[in-house]
Design a protein around this ligand. Structure first.
Ligand SMILES: O=C(O)CCC(=O)C(=O)O
Ligand SMILES: [Fe+2]
Length: 232
């Protein structure tokens, strides 16, 4: 554990009321402990509303398996995975209709987090919602299906805490294990935009806000074609 992460765990124990300081992970990447806590009710209500319109689904992988994570999305683009591969898509597969619009509280949090990390652009075109049940995981990957790599990724964790794997720009680079708790936000962009990352299998647990699950919300910019895909 680095000194910064050690300090974070210590400050969480000693002063649970005080918002802990941001933790730099790498150039262009920062963890904001608890940044989303004031938004939790709006975020959870938004997840409910979005999934009522476009239900969570365990997507098929190109290899024919199923992802352990359940996914849905809102905004102009959602994400699809099937035998044909991975891609962003404008329609919810379950309904064939456009993805639900991004709730205003989601967009506001994305803007706030990107600005706090020093970026002048916030990702607002796509919001992917991952739901992790016990043992669900996400293997080490880069977020590179976006045709736009200037804007950072903003990632929000809710519910049961998870272990985030934070690697480097090569798959074989060593990974750090970072605990992501309820309300934590990670932003990565600039030289860190293509950092390999993943989530280890979710431990069994219980959180008052989400029960035995973890919800992860990531914001992305998908295309530079701003004329046809305007941001909210
Ligand atoms: O669940 C997380 O914290 C990360 C999710 C992620 O990497 C993704 O959706 O691409
Ligand atoms: Fe990712």
């Amino acid at each position: 554990m680095t000194a910064d992460l050690f300090d974070l765990e210590q400050s969480r124990r000693e002063a649970p009321e005080a918002p802990p300081r941001p933790v730099p992970l790498a150039e262009g990447a920062v963890l904001f402990p608890g940044l989303a806590l004031p938004d939790v009710p709006a975020l959870l209500a938004g997840v409910e509303a979005v999934s009522a319109e476009c239900p969570f689904e365990q997507l098929e992988t190109p290899g024919g398996g199923r992802m352990s994570v359940e996914m849905t999305a809102c905004g102009v683009f959602g994400w699809r995975s099937d035998r044909k591969g991975y891609r962003y898509a404008p329609l919810c597969p379950a309904t064939g209709r456009p993805w639900p619009p991004m709730p205003p509280a989601f967009a506001a949090l994305s803007r706030r987090a990107a600005a706090a990390a020093g970026f002048d652009r916030a990702p607002l075109q796509s919001c992917l919602i991952n739901r992790y049940n016990h043992r669900a995981r996400m293997s080490l990957h880069q977020d590179r299906d976006e045709g736009e790599l200037i804007t950072p990724i903003v990632s929000v964790s809710l519910g049961v805490a998870a272990t985030f794997l934070w690697g480097g720009l090569n798959r074989s680079d060593p990974t750090r294990r970072i605990r992501l708790a309820h309300g934590d936000v990670v932003v990565w962009g600039g030289p860190s935009r293509l950092t390999f990352h993943g989530v280890t299998p979710l431990p069994s647990g219980e959180h008052p806000a989400t029960g035995p699950r973890r919800i992860n919300i990531t914001f992305r910019q998908v295309t530079t074609d701003m004329d046809n895909f305007s941001t909210p």
